[in-house]
Design a protein around this ligand. Structure first.
Ligand code: S3P
Length: 425
């Protein structure tokens, strides 16, 4: 894919469904009794992997153009799959489903693509094992493929070293099958979609500061879920609208859950002109339209408890920083190293190729605003967020930018390039 400088972005874009919420709708619908109807489901490869796994676990799921229909069979309704489960590129699928599979009365092998087989799974193996689960990393490296032998689970209070919604959710899901109240404490609050949606399905979930508790064996019943647009996908249009001169974009139907809205806070602190319109709520998730206008940005420091609320947006924030005036410092973000790629190294390598003055640190990066950048050949490492970030960087750079492996946007935003292109017309 080749992209080049544009003179302005104008118009409206409706963002596809939130990836985290789409995964959870399928998972929680599958272990609830009766029909769950999901609209605005994200038809990206990751969420389709989740559908495929629950199909193999005996849950009838109809994927129609208007909605997903999940014929849930209740907490104890899953059946043994006849083959291994394949999570593809999806960390959320592997980690959350492990919490559901650990207490089942059958054994499963769970695998995924080359990237997944390098991502750390000890972070869920350890707490689930403390609960009594039997989970083995087949290659002994703490990564997938995982062999899970169903076992009875006991409730624990787990203190996590990382603020990770995937770890928290795996434990809460296992806690549905525990022998008492299960609790998770994390260093900072991570995204809380599991808590909101589990309550909506009928679970008893309590949140106090950075601790979440869940009671076992609730009666979960099928629900209607309307998935908000994904703020992580909207982030590319927020950045593009701010960075490209003469731009005005209305980004419609964006989830602005406060555990996900760090990008809005950072963009505004950098000087971005963003207005929230039509703020409303869908099944406990806040949603709004965002009006974004070209702005002159300046560097800031990003660290601490805001990091989990924008963890997936740090690549596109680094692009904003590259075009901002002054220095942006990102700290407390070592988690970036264990995403779909090592996002610290990959951002530094590719932004350097475009002429940006950027340095990797142990837990983040330091970006010195370096506009004008020049087009370059970008290796996405098949990481969707890297490909989309550099597609935006290309819109303000001199010359041509070529993105290798550009089709990896299928993971979270299959129509990304078409939606971007429409705004240039
Ligand atoms: C996700 C949580 C985040 C995020 C990932 C999706 C989720 O991971 O990076 O893209 O759906 O729970 P961590 O919670 O492990 O940081």
């Amino acid at each position: 894919m080749e992209l080049k400088k544009v003179q302005g972005l104008k118009g409206e874009v409706t963002i596809p469904g939130d990836k985290s919420i789409s995964h959870r709708a399928v998972m929680f619908g599958s272990i609830s009794q009766g029909l769950t109807e999901v609209t605005n489901f994200l038809q990206g490869a990751d969420c389709l992997s989740t559908i495929s796994c629950f199909g193999k676990l005996g849950i009838p799921i109809e994927n129609t153009p208007e909605k997903i229909l999940i014929h849930g069979k209740g907490l104890h309704g899953l059946s043994a799959p006849s083959e291994q489960l394949d999570a593809g590129n999806s960390g959320t699928t592997v980690r959350l489903i492990s919490g559901i599979l650990a207490p089942q009365p059958f054994s499963v092998t769970l695998t995924g693509d080359a990237s997944i087989q390098k991502r750390p799974m000890k972070r869920i193996i350890e707490p689930l094992t403390q609960m009594g689960a039997s989970i083995k990393s087949i290659n002994g490296n703490g990564c997938a493929p995982l062999s899970i032998t169903g076992s009875p689970l006991k409730a624990i209070h787990y203190t996590s070293r990382v603020a990770s919604a995937q770890v928290k959710s795996a434990i809460l899901l296992a806690g549905l099958y525990g022998d008492g109240e299960t609790m998770v404490t994390e260093p900072y609050v991570s995204r809380n979609h599991s808590e909101i949606m589990l309550r909506h399905f009928g679970a008893s979930v309590t949140t106090k500061d950075t601790t979440v508790s869940i009671l076992p064996e609730p009666k979960l019943s099928g629900q209607k879920i309307e998935v908000p647009g994904d703020i992580s996908s909207a982030a590319y249009f927020i950045a593009a609208g701010l960075l490209v001169p003469n731009s005005e974009i209305l980004i419609k139907n964006v989830g602005i859950n406060p555990t996900r809205d760090g990008i809005l806070k950072v963009a505004k602190e950098m000087g971005g002109n963003i207005t929230l319109l039509n703020v409303n709520e869908k099944q406990g998730e806040k949603v709004a339209d965002l009006l974004v206008k070209s702005s002159s940005l300046h560097g800031i420091t990003i660290k601490g408890e805001i990091i989990p609320t924008l963890i997936d947006e740090l690549p596109i924030i680094a692009i904003m920083a590259a075009y901002a005036k002054g220095t942006t410092t990102i700290k407390d973000a070592a988690e970036l190293k264990v995403k779909e790629s090592n996002r610290i190294d990959v951002m530094v390598e590719n932004l350097s190729a475009m002429g940006c003055d950027i340095t990797a640190t142990e837990d983040g990066m330091i970006v010195h605003g370096s506009a004008p950048l020049k087009g370059a050949v970008i290796d996405s490492k098949l990481d969707h967020r890297i490909a989309m970030s550099f597609a935006v960087a290309a819109l303000c750079a001199d010359g041509i930018t070529e993105i290798k492996g550009s089709q990896c946007v299928n993971i979270s935003y299959p129509a990304f390039y078409q939606d971007l292109e429409r705004l240039t017309k």
